[in-house]
Design a binder for this molecule. Structure first.
Ligand SMILES: Nc1nc2c(ncn2[C@@H]2O[C@H](COP(=O)(O)OP(=O)(O)OP(=O)(O)O)[C@@H](O)[C@H]2O)c(=O)[nH]1
Ligand SMILES: [Mg+2]
Length: 178
């Protein structure tokens, strides 16, 4: 992990495979006012350096693969990150029960126990006609229960990765402006 403690804030992007993490961060970078540099990419980690939209601070984004065999690697980042984007494919109703189990597993992780960071659940793919919206997702994923399990600040936000809709608001939550 890059030692960015003083110079940058750090954002972790996780969520099941195919949920849209890489699409979201790449789309964010195409918005003209969001200056961004490419860092490094491999099949299991994509690292981007961006400028946060509201504070204009530099931020390193760790976009990790959500494929089953890589999920255990997510926790290496928990002690140092300043916030987490957890991306959900809201149209993949068959896998929402797996998403719920994964969220419970994360919420119990000892490295997150004392961390007062924002945990933003991005209800992605809202353009899909059969997608579940943020209010319904909050219930299905039992966000009220998650909130009782640690000190993280939970949010759920509708987004569309392919258009960029809702992403700025998620960064606003990350920057503690809501
Ligand atoms: N319709 C629709 N498709 C989307 C949206 N966001 C992402 N996708 C599509 O979902 C697929 C998976 O997106 P990725 O960004 O590769 O997903 P990922 O979460 O990075 O996946 P892993 O790296 O394997 O964990 C791609 O075909 C995207 O084009 C969205 O908002 N709407
Ligand atoms: Mg990806």
């Amino acid at each position: 992990m890059i030692n960015t403690k003083t110079k940058y804030s750090q954002l972790l992007m996780i969520g099941l495979d195919y949920s849209g993490k890489t699409t979201l961060i790449k789309r964010f970078k195409t918005i003209p006012e969001n200056s961004a540099e490419f860092f490094h990419t491999t099949p299991y980690i994509n690292i981007e350096k961006i400028t946060l939209p509201f504070s204009s601070k530099a931020c390193v984004v760790y976009d990790l693969s959500g494929q089953g065999r890589y999920r255990e690697n997510w926790s290496f980042f928990y002690p140092d990150v300043d916030g987490i984007f957890f991306v959900v494919d809201s149209a993949d109703r068959d896998r929402l029960s797996i998403v719920q189990e994964v969220l419970m597993h994360i919420a119990k992780h000892p490295s997150l126990n004392q961390r007062e960071i924002p945990f933003i659940i991005l209800a992605n793919k809202q353009d899909q006609p059969d997608s579940v919206d943020e209010l319904m997702l909050r219930k299905i994923l039992q966000v009220d229960t998650l909130k009782t399990m640690n000190s993280m600040r939970y949010f759920v936000k509708n987004v569309i990765g392919i258009t960029g809709q809702g992403i700025s608001e998620c960064f606003q939550m990350f920057e503690g402006r809501t």
